[in-house]
Design a protein around this ligand. Structure first.
Ligand code: ATP
Length: 280
């Protein structure tokens, strides 16, 4: 295709403008990508030269996974620059920051319509990933970004994996309060464990960026969920349809949780009922 920039980019074509954040491997910048004399604003994830070979492979894996995905609610990767250091991953720019920081910044001011739109758009991106057999493994409000116009984009594929079900020896590196019971206990990941995490993210959004299980430590959370079948209560003003949906996302048995395709359908019909057709 004529308009698409090449996958492997030269460092010369990328001009960093300002730092946006800190990633696990290096800084993330706002930058300008120039190909065929046309410049576009982009985000660039860099990788420090001294990182381990293992991290470099993980970085490349994230790029390779993201390359196959094209969806309006999934962060688009545009290319990689690997001829020089630092290695760079060039992607679509999301100037609105994370959904988590947005919720906290607009605490008490985000309307129910916006909250429903955020969970709806996230579910749309996740239904796409589910269809592509991509398990994200780190669904949380901190990993959903917003564009300048506040469209939600699923981001941070560093942990994702294409295998259907897998085990992970490094459970300690994962935020416990977002994990499904079978992940906590048996380190099992599936699209249905992403569905559980999505329920926790819905809580984050409706509580204006509140911490899940605010009175519990990670260890207490794990014990209460597994031993007592405890579930969080959603905030008071959450629409009943969303409360029911989230409670299904937190079903003990993964097979009893709805797939993202259904979650998206149900959130869309709730949105239409309350607010009319969504804009996109
Ligand atoms: P970790 O695994 O520790 O979460 P990471 O290396 O995966 O870190 P990200 O969380 O993806 O890095 O990115 C770090 C920060 O950079 C984000 O919190 C966000 O502020 C910013 N950022 C990442 N991607 C983009 C983007 N496409 N557009 C704008 N900002 C971004």
């Amino acid at each position: 295709p004529i308009d698409r920039p090449p996958w492997i980019l030269n460092h010369d074509s990328i001009k960093t403008i300002k730092k946006l954040g800190e990633g696990a491997f290096g800084e993330v910048y706002m930058a300008e990508l120039t190909t065929d004399k046309v410049s576009i604003p982009v985000a660039v994830k860099t990788m420090r030269e001294e990182v381990s070979r293992d991290s470099r492979l993980k970085f490349m894996k994230e790029a390779r996974i993201m390359r196959k995905f094209h969806h309006q609610h999934v962060v688009q990767i545009l290319g990689i620059a690997v001829h020089e250091h630092p290695l760079m991953l060039v992607m679509e720019l999301c100037l609105g920051g994370s959904v988590l920081s947005y919720m906290r910044k607009h605490k008490g001011k985000t309307t129910l319509e916006t909250k429903l739109r955020f969970v709806l758009e996230a579910s749309s991106g996740l239904a796409y990933l589910e269809e592509k057999s991509c398990i994200h493994r780190d669904i949380a409000a901190r990993n959903c970004l917003l564009t300048e116009k506040h469209a939600v984009k699923i981001s941070d594929f560093g942990m994702s994996d294409e295998r259907k079900t897998l085990t992970d020896e490094r459970l300690d590196k994962v935020p416990v309060k977002w994990l499904a019971p079978e992940t906590m206990q048996n380190k099992i990941y599936s699209s249905k464990t992403d569905v559980w995490s999505f329920g926790v993210m819905a809580y984050e959004i409706y509580s204006d960026g509140g911490e899940p299980y605010p009175t519990l430590t990670n260890i207490q959370t794990r014990a209460k969920i597994i031993v007592q079948n405890y579930r969080m209560e959603m905030p008071k003003d959450v629409p009943p349809a969303v409360v029911t949906l989230v409670s299904e996302c937190w079903a003990k048995e993964p097979e009893n949780r709805p797939p993202f395709s259904k979650i998206h359908e149900r959130l869309l019909s709730e949105y239409k009922k309350e607010h009319g057709d969504p804009k996109d």
